[in-house]
Design a binder for this molecule. Sequence first.
Ligand SMILES: [Zn+2]
Length: 381
Amino acid sequence: MLPDPSARPAFCTPVYIGAEIYRFSTYGPTHPLAVPRVSTCTDLILAMGWLDPRQFVTAPMAGVAELARFHDPGYLAALQRAERDQAVSAADRDRYRIGIDGNPVYPEIFSRPATSAGGVMLAARLTVAGGVVHCPGGGTHHGRPDRASGFCYLNDPVLGLLAWLDAGLTRVVYLDIDAHHGDGVQDAFADDGRVLTISIHEAGRWPGTGVAEDRAGGAARNLPVPRGFNDSEMRWLMQEAVLPLIAAWQPQAIMVQAGADALEEDPLARLALSNNAYWEVARAVRGLAPRLVVLGGGGYNPYATGRCWAGLWAALNGIAVPPRATPEAERVLRALRYNRAAGRTPPEHWLTTLRDAPREGMVRDDIKRLAALARMERLSA
Ligand SMILES: [Zn+2]
């Protein structure tokens, strides 16, 4: 029997999908997403000399017809109206949660999420025959078919996963390491045995879903971790639960949502990872499927998020992160503005390094219990 070409390991050069829309677009001066993240990541990997121009692809803005694969046309029209008018009617606000609940009306309220969606759908299409793509503009995992939720207007991970399924893939893994539960993606595939969704998130944090027993009909695993979650604990969960689950699933493709709000410096969560933990996750899943797409997500400290995502790109390319940032990368970091107390006097290592000091620690019993529960045979899909 001939080997299945789709089962070939991905040896090809990774692709980076970015877009300039992220550079100047903000959710408003007082919103946590006032900070530049994707442009910081792009600028850092360029400044470190890690990006061959042939690896860079600009994210196209998705059209309404493509977005309607998951989203309600009435909701998409409301987003376009909000972008045009820079205002929202009471009816649209109440029905679609636009201009309320942390989902502000801002100048690119349709264009920016549509670009994220276009980037992630392109990532899926580029990898149909195999490959690795980093698309840090994607990762809006809370978006709902017919409403905004948790700073997310569209759900680009869902649209990317659907693009893979529409191309004929039947066994896909979605791994979400954002500090918040990947509720929108889990719910979108709750009745779909083709997608295993795994979410590691802070217990008790918004949106409050994703308890350890929640399997969403079978093909979901949730690992709600306690405050102070450290690098050693992430390694434990990966080795004892996540990697065995992925191996058992034998995925044709893996999508990782790498929201950077589980880093210790993040202002919105209380987890304590260093960026080494993120890079280790990327390296660990790299060879487990012939297709890998790595997205961004949360991340509200621009220094920590930019350094983390730039290092993810290095990990996907097998590049070792040197102890010191190049002078060009240091200039990128020193030019950042961050409207929080920590931003007034950023610690020196935010400006001169990309790699954090590792944050190893004790693996608590809670973590060991979570790993054991996630692997319990009788709960398998
Ligand atoms: Zn988050």
